[in-house]
Design a protein around this ligand. Structure first.
Ligand SMILES: NC(=O)c1ccc[n+]([C@@H]2O[C@H](COP(=O)([O-])OP(=O)(O)OC[C@H]3O[C@@H](n4cnc5c(N)ncnc54)[C@H](OP(=O)(O)O)[C@@H]3O)[C@@H](O)[C@H]2O)c1
Length: 327
């Protein structure tokens, strides 16, 4: 793919370190803000990105066939929409869009135009995650699922001092559900599909959830997802069935090794991931999907993204967390 990148922040800088793994990707352009000109120029130089822009329309008229939207959450929808309208394939950072309605609009536009539209969510693309799916039947009937992704954020220190960065800013569609618990939602929905009922119990400060507990009722079993940026705990994901339990002690967006303990006393340790950096598998799948013109797989992933957006949107609505842009 001929990839154009919008943004020059933390995730772009991380992504660029893995681009040597992408044998079918050419970095054709980067679009950054005037205020980040120095950083943008430095990234373009270091990673041999051919063209630089501060104007998004001009960037869209450049030679990229795919646009990677790596901007604060509230900009995902408008930037992705413009790129699709310009006939580009689009990779959107997580969380896809703040509202389900926006996600549906983008999805319809991509399908109408026969374009790729992908959410950059690492979880779904790990060999370990695919193995978890494969091993689920061994656990018997699922009874309880628990995912705890609690990571104290340095940005929370700034937040308490009055400096509200995008990850905690309602105007940027931030918060613990959008920033961190969204990973748990992807993990659970990817394994079990759409829950029957969704409830969210957040800790709210200055109008934003700094942590919270999401309850997903699957009818035949219950699931709890904890996402916190204001406190920490050992990471733990447990999928408990009547024949055994699957335990993982790394965040779901990293999805390293896991263990399966069966009630017959046997256990196994599994690790099928081969790359150290979490972004390699997803981007290798994206470039391969685009070069194979495999829209079917893309739209299956997009259906999954839509379900995740619906779940997070229901959760926020029920908890009364409304972003000013969507009020
Ligand atoms: N997949 C993952 O593991 C992962 C990890 C972290 C973040 N993310 C996601 O990635 C997205 C970005 O997060 P981040 O941590 O990289 O945030 P960040 O460090 O704040 O970077 C955001 C970037 O967007 C730029 N930007 C803002 N408005 C722009 C515009 N109109 N045109 C071009 N660039 C613009 C910012 O430039 P200025 O600084 O000049 O405003 C900055 O370079 C978020 O949606 C986040 O959820 C994903």
């Amino acid at each position: 793919m001929k990839l154009g990148i919008v943004g020059s922040g933390v995730i772009v800088q991380e992504f660029l370190t893995i681009t040597h793994h992408l044998k079918e990707t050419e970095l054709t352009a980067i679009c950054y803000t005037e205020r980040s000109r120095e950083t943008g120029r430095e990234l373009a130089d270091r990673y041999h990105i051919k063209q630089e822009f501060t104007d998004y329309e001009e960037f869209l008229n450049s030679g990229a066939d795919t646009v990677y939207v790596a901007l604060p959450n509230h900009l995902h929808f408008s930037f992705a929409k413009k790129a699709l309208e310009a006939g580009k394939h689009v990779i959107v950072e997580k969380p896809f869009t703040p509202t389900y309605k926006e996600a549906v609009l983008l999805s319809e536009l991509a399908r109408e135009k026969g374009l790729f539209l992908l959410e950059a969510i690492t979880t779904l693309h790990f060999p370990n995650y695919k193995k978890i799916k494969e091993m689920l039947p061994a656990l018997g009937d699922i009874k309880i699922v628990q995912c705890n992704y609690s990571q104290y954020s340095r940005r929370y220190d700034s937040f308490k001092k009055g400096q509200v960065l995008p990850a905690f800013d309602p105007c940027c569609c931030g918060g613990a559900l959008m920033d961190i618990n969204i990973y748990n939602i992807h993990y659970v929905v990817g394994l079990f599909g759409r829950p029957k009922r969704v409830e969210y119990f957040p800790n709210v400060e200055k109008g934003i959830d700094t942590s919270g507990i999401l309850e997903l009722d699957y009818g035949t079993f219950q699931c709890i997802c904890v996402g916190a940026k204001d406190c920490k705990a050992p990471i733990a994901n447990n999928i408990q069935g009547d024949k055994g339990c699957l335990y993982q002690d790394t965040p779901v967006n990293v999805c390293k090794s896991f263990q399966v303990f069966l009630n017959d006393g046997t256990s196994s340790f599994v690790n099928e991931n081969s790359y150290e950096h979490r972004m390699v598998d997803e981007f290798i799948e994206f470039e391969s999907m685009i070069s194979r013109k495999d829209l079917e797989t893309c739209y299956q992933l997009l259906d999954h993204t839509l379900t995740v957006c619906e779940v997070q949107n229901i959760a926020r609505n029920k908890a009364g967390i409304v972003f000013p842009a969507n009020a």
